[in-house]
Design a protein around this ligand. Structure first.
Ligand code: HMG
Ligand code: MG
Length: 303
């Protein structure tokens, strides 16, 4: 068996990727409480909101107000999505020190998601990333639909590599590889992931799996065997993407942690504490969250 990494960094995207697709809008103070519970669990990277058009994603329309409600924790980095210069203006005004720009490997998806072609979005991001650097704001990049697009079908790995390169060339410090509709299998991860690590430092690539087809844990395990060490996840398995019809939430942070803990891979995150955060937000939403590990009580005995 190949050697697995000793430690993994988890980027918690539940307050953004999760809540953006929930039909119920959560009050700002409750979001802040949820984020505090996540920070107290040991998660160090938490994506908390989006500075996008409030009409496009009304669930996150309170991004500016939310940031003033957040408690600072040592070593915790809060970040938010930014699609253009207007979004960066808002991020700067909020005092946030990390943002993420987001594009796709599929032209059609990108137009539906941010009303821009892929090349156009890269041209829009370039001055955003340059100005962010001057403001001491670090930038992550996302590539959506890296395996399958809901409109265009399977996506060529060369296309994913081109968009990833364009993001690194403009100065982002990490690129998250999105399986937006959760359709990838370990074979796809081996092929596209393998192509990407032949061209980029593996410690600058994050894997972002949605769990629509129940493949996310298998895809993480495949990625671990290839040496990937950064994974995005959502507490409880919240959410999805409003512009990817039928896509369900990210891999649940609990499911990811259970796997990593049992494999002996360090994360610095407490599964029991993430469960508390998920139970809190599930109560606010008035629905059970899909995470298998959150639902079972067996894990309570193991941990
Ligand atoms: P647009 O309509 O083309 O924007 O939307 P525009 O530049 O033509 O401007 C139109 C109006 O929007 C103007 O206002 C602008 O000021 C305003 P008006 O003059 O009409 O009053 N505007 C803004 N307002 C607030 N904040 C802004 C902003 N920008 C323009 N930043 C836009 C383009 C990108 C804004 C829009 O398409 C948008 O907001 N899209 C957001 C889509 C989104 O958030 N999708 C979900 C996140 S991506 C995801 O989930 C995938 C990921 O998880 C990875 C994966 O799973 O694959 C990351
Ligand atoms: Mg996503």
């Amino acid at each position: 068996m190949s050697t697995l990494p000793r430690a993994v960094r988890i980027v918690e995207v539940g307050p953004r990727d999760g809540l953006q697709n929930e039909s119920k809008i959560i009050p700002t103070e409750k979001k802040a409480e949820f984020i505090s519970l996540l920070a107290l669990s040991g998660l160090k990277d938490i994506e908390i909101a989006s500075f996008v058009h409030p009409k496009w994603v009304p669930q996150l329309a309170d991004a500016d107000a939310l940031i003033s409600h957040l408690r600072p924790y040592p070593d915790v980095r809060y970040s938010a999505l930014v699609p253009n210069m207007k979004g960066l203006d808002r991020a700067i005004a909020s005092g946030l020190k990390r943002i993420a720009v987001f594009t796709a490997a599929s032209e059609t998806f990108n137009r539906k998601n941010i009303n821009m072609g892929v090349a156009e979005s890269i041209a829009v991001f370039k001055p955003v990333v340059e100005r962010a650097a001057k403001e001491n704001i670090s930038v992550r990049g996302y590539v959506s639909t890296c395996f399958v697009c809901p409109y265009e079908g399977p996506i060529a790995k060369e296309r994913v590599a081109d968009v990833t390169k364009a993001l690194f060339d403009m100065g982002v410090d990490e690129v998250s590889i999105g399986d937006t509709i959760g359709a990838a299998t370990p074979k796809d991860v081996e092929s596209t992931g393998g192509h990407l690590i032949s061209q980029n430092p593996i410690d600058k690539l994050a894997m972002h799996f949605h769990d629509t087809y129940g493949m996310a844990v298998a895809n993480v395990y495949q990625s671990l065997q290839m040496g990937f060490t950064i994974f995005d996840s959502s507490a409880g398995g919240l959410g999805g993407c409003p512009y990817a019809p039928g896509a369900s939430g990210n891999i649940a942070t609990e499911d990811l942690l259970y796997l990593l803990d049992r494999l002996g891979i360090q994360t610095g995150v407490s599964l029991a504490a993430v469960r508390r955060a998920s139970r809190f937000i599930a109560t606010q939403l008035g629905r059970a969250l899909p995470s298998r590990v959150l639902q079972t009580s067996i894990g309570e005995v193991v941990h």
